[in-house]
Design a protein around this ligand. Structure first.
Ligand code: TYC
Length: 118
């Protein structure tokens, strides 16, 4: 009668470190990873969005205190645009979405975008 054996576990290559004969090996390697590209969320001025709405958005989504939020809003108002914060690409994209959603819901034309930081 044929016997049924369980399948053999696949053999793995050894994970033992190479034998250095007891001597310590010090390696110096160039840094291989580069830090991730950061992205800034830029808010644009328009003639219709109320100043107070922009200040609240900066407080709510960019964690600015009232004073800092007001300064950023005024800079955007006077210069046409301003940086709200700098984040990883995904976080910056989420912030842009949150701002555009809030503006749309409130019926304001506020625009913002994310761009790589040089
Ligand atoms: N310019 C707007 C006003 O006078 C205020 C404003 C500021 C709008 C910043 C957008 O990103 C903005 N009501």
């Amino acid at each position: 009668m044929a016997t049924i054996r369980p399948p053999k576990a696949p053999t793995r290559p050894s994970i033992a470190p190479p034998d250095t004969g007891g001597a310590a090996v010090v390696e110096r390697r160039a840094q291989k990873t580069t830090p991730p590209q950061m992205h800034q969320v830029v808010m644009l001025n328009d003639d219709y969005t109320p100043m107070e709405f922009v200040v609240v958005v900066l407080q709510e989504f960019f964690h600015k205190d009232r004073e800092a939020a007001t300064q950023i809003m005024l800079k955007i108002h006077l210069e046409g645009k301003g940086v709200c914060g700098v984040y990883s690409r995904d976080v910056a994209a989420t912030k842009v979405e949150q701002v555009l959603d809030a503006a749309r819901h409130a019926g304001h034309p506020l625009q913002c975008l994310s761009e790589p930081v040089e």
